[in-house]
Design a protein. Structure first.
Length: 196
């Protein structure tokens, strides 16, 4: 029979699992992070892990999602400040560009390459991926409501376009380090021009 944990113990175990997931992602990536390594680091039985997460991928995704949410919150806060001023396509492009660059520097997201992201997404339940995409679309819709945009903007398409730009950031070396930043700005500017 599984051990019963108090709310405080449950909170502590989840916190420790997330901390170690960050370290393992940094050290091993998605593919080589194992449940065995995580439980060893946290000091819990392997069966206990599955009381909290159905798979390592769900834990890893939750950790990545928390960093993703932090960036979205920062972007929303920055947008709310500039939306009070006269916003231009250049201002918005620069702001979004800065946030994509900030994303590149986040320790966890910096380590994920295209193969790692695709592996993680493939192993997640379909409903988790769909919920994430819908959450992104909703978040972008909320951000767009902060300033005047064209009336016929398809928020779902704009969200998908920003996902495409994110996936382009995973191909920085393929794009070419010397022209990457300018290419990223051009892509962002193209999406922004569809909004204003």
């Amino acid at each position: 029979m599984p051990k019963s944990y108090s709310d405080q113990e449950r909170e502590y175990i989840v916190k420790r699992l997330k901390e170690e997931a960050v370290k393992c992602l940094s050290q091993y990536g998605v593919r080589r992070t194992t449940v065995d390594e995580l439980v060893k680091r946290v000091g819990i039985p392997k069966g206990t892990f599955y009381l909290f997460y159905k798979s390592k991928e769900l834990l890893l995704f939750e950790v990545i999602q928390e960093q993703h949410d932090a960036i979205n919150n920062d972007l929303a806060a920055a947008l709310s400040v500039i939306s009070r001023k006269a916003i231009t396509a250049d201002t918005l492009t620069d702001l979004i560009f800065d946030f994509f660059k900030k994303t590149e520097e986040m320790p966890i997201l910096k380590l994920l390459d295209t193969d790692e992201v695709e592996l993680l997404v493939r192993k997640l339940p379909k409903e988790v991926v769909e919920a994430h995409l819908q959450d992104d679309t909703d978040t972008i819709g909320q951000m767009l409501s902060m300033f005047p945009v064209k009336k016929d903007v398809d928020v779902k398409a704009i969200s998908a376009a920003f996902h495409a730009i994110y996936f382009a950031t995973l191909h920085k070396a393929d794009i070419g380090e010397d022209s990457y930043d300018e290419a990223l700005k051009i892509l962002i500017r193209g999406v922004v021009s569809q909004l204003m």
